[in-house]
Write a protein that binds this ligand. Structure first.
Ligand SMILES: [Zn+2]
Length: 174
């Protein structure tokens, strides 16, 4: 049986790089073989990964790193202000449409009305040809590129925003 409920949510998931999770850090104790790691990460299905817009590899900060960063970390209030400004810019652009956020724009509408700048999708199209990104993934990359442009107050995403969005989608550290 399938039930459909109205829901708007943000899915945030985390995974360890291997079964023992002792992979990183100067005193790494991980003894998992590359094959074991591949098998472990392979348990996250491709169709699920395909639906996740942003994938980031994190490394343990360590005790000194944590203490160091405490003073330099940006206050949440500052980040909130930046997000609110980005959302306002998106809402202004989407005025007169049923959508308020980049995430809500259907792929077909996105390509028709809000394409990124000329040549901006060169690397994204190459990734599509190589099979690294699906058609659904391309739409996700474009939505994230618009959000990156909104965050910096840029009128339209260019190649830099699209390439960063592609890296985030693929989970590649640049
Ligand atoms: Zn391990």
């Amino acid at each position: 049986m399938t039930a459909t409920f109205p829901a708007r949510f943000i899915l945030v998931i985390a995974a360890s790089p291997c079964p023992c999770a002792k992979t990183a850090g100067p005193a790494a104790e991980c003894r998992c073989s590359p094959a074991t790691r591949r098998r472990y990460l392979g348990r996250i299905s491709g169709p699920l990964l395909d639906r996740i817009d942003v994938k980031i590899e994190l490394h343990p900060a360590g005790r000194t790193g944590l203490l160091d960063n405490r003073g330099r970390a940006e206050p949440s209030q500052v980040v909130t202000g930046r997000v609110a400004a980005a959302r306002e810019q998106a809402a202004r652009r989407l005025a007169g449409t049923p959508w308020r956020l980049n995430a809500e724009i259907p792929g077909s509408e996105l390509r028709r009305h809000w394409p990124p700048g000329p040549g901006a999708l060169t690397d994204v199209e190459r990734a599509l040809e190589r099979g690294q990104v699906s058609a659904r993934g391309v739409a996700k990359v474009i939505r994230v590129a618009w959000t990156l442009a909104d965050l910096t107050g840029t009128n339209r995403p260019g190649r830099a925003e699209c390439d960063t969005a592609l890296s985030l989608y693929l989970g590649v550290t640049r």
